[in-house]
Structure formats: C-alpha cells, structure tokens
Design a protein around this ligand. Structure first.
Ligand SMILES: [Zn+2]
Ligand SMILES: [Zn+2]
Length: 167
C-alpha cells in the first residue's frame, strides 16, 4: 500500500517515482506461476488534472511455472503499462474511480497483479512449438519424438489430441 498523502500535487502537476511492487504468485489453469523476483521494480507516474488524478504504472515482469503442454519449465516475460483514473468527485460513477485507491492509499500489488493476469496468454508454453506429452504413453515428445503403431490411422487419437489441446 502506497500512502498518497506524501504526494501533494496541484492541478497540472505530475511526478514520477521508482517503486517496488510485490506480486503474489498467480494461479492459471490449476498451475502456479511465480513472479521472479517477487519484488518488481516499477515506475509510477501520478498526474493531477483539474477533475481528477491519473495513475500510471510501468514494469517488466518475469513469470516461472510449468509449460501448459509438457509441464516442463516455462518462462514468460511481460512488459506492462497500466493506467487508472480517479475523479475528484466521481458522484457514484464507477468508470471515474479506480478500485486500487482507497482512503489516500494506492494498492500497487493488487493493481499490478490484476494488470498482469489480464495480459497473460491463454496458454503459457516453454516454447511456441512445444510438442507436449504423448497422449498414449505420456512421454515428453520434445525429448523423445515418436509415434505409436496405428496412431495415425485411428481417428480416435486425433480426437484425443484435439481434446487435450483444448483442456
Ligand atoms: Zn512445453
Ligand atoms: Zn508415446
């Protein structure tokens, strides 16, 4: 939580600050992804306008966790630029408020985490062309590419592989 009271900005003023944001591990598709390092250096910009305040957060983050297809180690890099707006008098209009500012405190961790979750791809892979695990014997097809007898001719295998891809 960042105490915003130390930033006394007048209308038209802007300030930039280096902050450290702690981002909790993310659960995705039943798997756990760690943010490395846990404390991410970020650049926070606060700009005061006559009607409200704009908050901007930029950071680079690296995620470690299992590959969606082969369960091997996958690393994902994301660059994020987030923006929130808090009106001076929102009058109950939700679009004019940010959920991350309450009582002069900015919840950087929740904001960064939500932004990261939204930016993540559907599937985190060790590499774009990861071959995954063999649907028949479970062996990693990246390490040991192989086919089973009759695999190609039996349409049930294709259906199974297709199903596995959609899981
Ligand atoms: Zn993989
Ligand atoms: Zn196999």
């Amino acid at each position: 939580m960042l105490d915003l009271r130390k930033f006394r900005l007048r209308s038209g003023e802007s300030l930039r600050d280096e902050v450290e944001v702690e981002i909790a591990p993310i659960e995705l598709g039943g798997q756990r992804y760690l943010i490395v390092p846990e404390k991410v250096p970020a650049e926070l910009t606060i700009t005061r306008a006559s009607t409200g305040t704009v908050y901007e957060l930029r950071f680079h983050v690296r995620l470690h966790g299992p590959c969606f297809r082969c369960l091997g180690d996958a690393v994902l890099d994301e660059d994020l630029a987030l923006r929130e707006y808090q009106a001076e008098s929102p009058n109950g209009v939700e679009e004019l408020t940010t959920p991350y500012v309450t009582q002069n405190r900015l919840d950087l961790s929740a904001w960064a985490r939500d932004g990261l979750v939204l930016a993540l791809p559907d599937k985190i892979l060790c590499r774009a062309d990861c071959a995954g695990l063999c649907p028949v014997c479970g062996v990693d097809l990246n390490r040991e590419p192989h086919e089973h007898e009759g695999e190609k001719s039996d349409p049930r295998w294709a259906a199974l592989a297709d199903l596995r891809d959609r899981l």
